[in-house]
Ligand binder design. Structure first.
Ligand SMILES: Nc1ncnc2c1ncn2[C@@H]1O[C@H](COP(=O)(O)OP(=O)(O)OP(=O)(O)O)[C@@H](O)[C@H]1O
Ligand SMILES: [Mg+2]
Length: 259
C-alpha cells in the first residue's frame, strides 16, 4: 500500500521560518486526516508544501515518488489541492470549471467527452449542487463557490486530496453534506484525504486522525479524541474547553472561555 510520508519539512517566507521540521505519521489510502492549529500556525503552508506550491526542504514521498522534486505533471497525477482562498471573477459555467482541471493532465483544449461530463455531474449531484451546473461561477455565493472548488479537486481522481478549510463558508447542512462526501470519497476511492479546519467538532466527527500544528511544529497527532483534549485546547488555542459525550455517545467539544 502506497503511503504519503512527510518528514523533517522546513519552509520559510524570507527570513521567517514557518515550518520547523514537520514530521507527519504515514498517511494511508482510504484515511482522512484533519490538520488543526491556531491562525498562522503554518497549516496552509504545510499543505501547499505537500502540493508542491510552496518551496520546502525535507521529504515528501508518495510510495516511490519524491513529490518535492517531481515534475508538475507527475505531481498533478497524484495530488489535487483545494485552496483556502478561491479565485473569483471567472465567467465559465460551473460545469466547465469542474471539467477543465480534469483534462489539464492530458489536453485541456480537447472537447469534453460525455463520460467526463457525466462524472462531473455525478460529483455535483453528490455535493447537492447539480442545479448550479450551467450558472456562471462569478454569480455564485461564497459557499457555492467553495463546493465547486471541492468538485474541481475530486474530479481529478487523485491519490491524495488536500483541502484547506473546505467548509469555512458553508452552512450546517452543507458542512455535513461536504464532510460526508469527502469521507465517503476517501474510503470508496482509497484516496489519502487531508483537510485543514478550525471546526474541531468536524475533526472529532469525521477524521480518522488529527494532526495539531502550532508555531510550525507538530504538537500532537493520533486519534481525534486523544489529540483534541482540554490540555491541547489550553496549550495551542489558549481556550478553556471540555469534551463531553452527547446523548448519542459522540464526543462534542464545548468552549468555556478564552484564557
Ligand atoms: N505569502 C506569504 N508571505 C509571507 N509570509 C507569509 C505568507 N503566507 C503566510 N505567511 C506567514 O506564514 C505564517 C503561516 O501562515 P499560514 O497561512 O500557513 O497559516 P495557517 O495556519 O494556514 O493560518 P490560518 O488558520 O489563519 O489560515 C503566518 O505567520 C503568515 O503570516
Ligand atoms: Mg490557512
Amino acid at each position: 500500500m502506497k503511503a504519503l510520508t512527510v518528514t523533517n519539512l522546513h519552509a520559510s517566507y524570507g527570513p521567517n521560518r514557518v515550518l520547523c521540521g514537520v514530521d507527519l505519521p504515514d498517511l494511508t489510502p482510504g484515511s482522512l486526516t484533519a490538520v488543526i492549529g491556531p491562525n498562522a500556525a503554518g497549516k496552509t503552508t504545510l499543505i501547499r508544501a505537500i502540493a508542491g506550491l510552496q518551496r520546502a526542504t525535507g521529504t515528501v514521498r508518495f510510495g516511490a515518488c519524491d513529490l518535492l522534486t517531481a515534475s508538475w505533471a507527475d505531481r498533478a497525477q497524484h495530488i489535487a489541492y483545494m485552496p483556502q482562498h478561491l479565485p473569483d471573477g471567472l465567467s465559465l459555467s460551473v460545469l466547465e470549471t469542474v471539467i477543465i482541471p480534469a483534462r489539464s493532465t492530458t489536453n485541456p483544449f480537447a472537447p469534453a467527452d460525455q463520460a467526463l461530463q457525466d462524472r462531473a455531474l455525478r460529483i455535483l449531484h453528490k455535493l447537492g449542487i447539480e442545479a448550479l451546473a450551467l450558472r456562471p461561477l462569478h454569480a455564485l455565493s461564497g459557499g457555492q463557490r467553495q463546493m465547486v472548488a471541492l468538485a474541481q479537486a475530486m474530479i481529478r481522481d487523485p491519490d491524495i486530496l488536500l483541502l484547506d478549510e473546505p467548509t469555512s463558508a458553508l452552512d450546517p447542512h452543507h458542512q455535513l453534506a461536504v464532510m460526508r462526501c469527502v469521507h465517503d470519497f476517501t474510503r470508496a476511492e482509497q484516496v489519502i484525504g487531508v483537510f485543514v479546519c478550525h471546526d474541531l467538532n468536524l475533526a472529532l466527527t469525521w477524521a480518522d486522525r488529527v494532526v495539531a500544528l502550532s508555531d510550525g511544529r507538530i504538537t500532537a497527532s493520533g486519534p481525534p479524541d486523544q489529540v483534541i483534549t482540554p490540555d491541547l485546547l489550553a496549550d495551542i488555542y489558549k481556550v478553556e474547553g471540555r469534551i463531553e459525550r452527547c446523548s448519542h455517545g459522540r464526543p462534542m467539544l464545548i468552549y468555556d472561555q478564552a484564557i
